[in-house]
Design a protein. Structure first.
Length: 385
């Protein structure tokens, strides 16, 4: 099979991390397939092409086709490459791709804003931005249906909602669960002498660190931290975040010693950040599947997160849940976890048990390839999880 793997539209967030994990996993899967990988600038920076065998071919796409300013030019480039490669299947790791190839097109999708129009996350947006997000959802839905025939999602809930809300054919939607990246299995990344290790400030004896590796998306609900911090006045709690400077200043205009902002970090640095933290704090309002949950479980960190169905479905009894719109409840749950070492250990054990039910990075990559093989052969019945 000659396969194009398209990441030209991925620049930040969980979609980028999944793409990097998938591409790197393919190195370990023995195959006669020919892989042609379209890299965005972000994926290109984090892929060591020298490690790949001769059946891998890489192409840098300098701009995202998502931008209207450059879409015509980039789509023309993608079309020209497809004409040259003549692939059997195109797999866009996450869409919308804003490009419709001639070959059979499989597209991943994990934007919960599109198929959760009743989510509380919308109500937290200013009126103009709320309207803009709803229009953007319709815009993305249009391109989903226009540009691909087959779709991959991470949960059955997402599959059902894409069918009911967006109107995609249920028989053409396949479920392959998410997981943590394989780098979390490599102890070298938590070795302080490793070049990827990101050294945080020295930790105080009574300090309790809550980590959330996330981009500044509205659904992440990071602004609630402003209301939580004053309620933790007698507790040495610090939040470890990964925001760019502009986003950080926009959310936290007043300087505070309770936040350690690392700025955007490379995927290889993530294990070291978890290792130097005490728990995951995810006040998110809307997700399909957050890799932060299995990452925390793998790194043996207890989880504090929103009590919505998407989080409970993933974490089950391996987390402490709170109302993400209630700062007093959030602060209370943080203090409870901080002061209860037994509870921390119980959640870590439950997390390790829960982790066994997820895909591995390898099994996810294998299922992606199997799906493409079966679609090429016209056989899709055995792809469902």
């Amino acid at each position: 099979m000659k396969l194009i793997i398209n990441t030209s539209n991925l620049y930040v967030g969980g979609g980028l991390q999944v793409a990097l994990s998938f591409i790197n996993e393919l190195r370990e899967i023995k195959s006669t397939h020919e892989y042609h990988i379209f890299l965005s600038q972000a994926t290109d920076k984090q892929i060591d092409k020298s490690l790949f065998s001769d059946n891998f071919h890489f192409y840098l796409i300098n701009r995202s086709p998502a931008s209207l300013k450059t879409r015509k030019q980039i789509v023309a480039q993608l079309n020209a490459l497809e004409e040259e490669i003549k692939p059997d299947v195109v797999f866009s790791v996450f869409g919308p791709s804003y490009w419709k190839p001639k070959a059979k097109h499989v597209m991943g999708f994990a934007d919960g804003w599109v198929y959760n129009p009743e989510s509380v996350a919308y109500s937290r947006l200013p009126l103009f931005r709320r309207l803009k997000m709803r229009l953007h959802g319709k815009y993305k839905s249009y391109y989903l249906k226009k540009d691909a025939e087959f779709f991959v999602v991470e949960t059955n809930d997402a599959k059902n909602k894409l069918t009911n809300v967006v109107g995609l054919s249920k028989s053409n939607i396949f479920v392959v669960g998410n997981t943590y990246s394989k780098i979390f299995d490599d102890e070298n990344y938590v070795n302080p002498d490793n070049e990827s290790y990101l050294h945080l400030p020295a930790k105080e004896d009574d300090e309790f660190r809550l980590v959330y590796i996330a981009h500044n998306h509205a659904n992440k609900n990071l602004q609630v931290i402003n209301e939580v911090i004053p309620l933790l006045e007698n507790h040495n709690v610090k939040f470890v975040l990964t925001l760019d400077e502009q986003s950080y200043q926009g959310i936290f205009p007043t300087p505070t010693e309770h936040i350690i902002d690392l700025g955007p970090i490379a995927q290889n640095a993530c294990p070291s950040v978890y290792a130097q933290s005490d728990a995951l704090f995810a006040p998110t309002l809307l997700e399909t599947f957050s890799a932060a949950y299995p990452e925390a479980m793998k790194m043996e960190k207890p989880i504090l997160t929103s009590g919505y169905s998407f989080a409970r479905d993933i974490c089950q009894d391996a987390a402490i849940y709170f109302d993400p719109l209630n700062p007093k409840e959030i602060a209370k749950k943080i203090i409870t976890l901080k002061e209860n070492k037994t509870l921390q250990k119980e959640l870590i054990l439950k997390g390790k048990e829960r982790l066994q039910s997820f895909e591995t990075a390898t099994s996810r990559a294998e299922k992606y390839i199997t799906l493409c093989e079966n679609i090429l052969q016209g056989e899709t019945k055995n792809v469902q999880k």
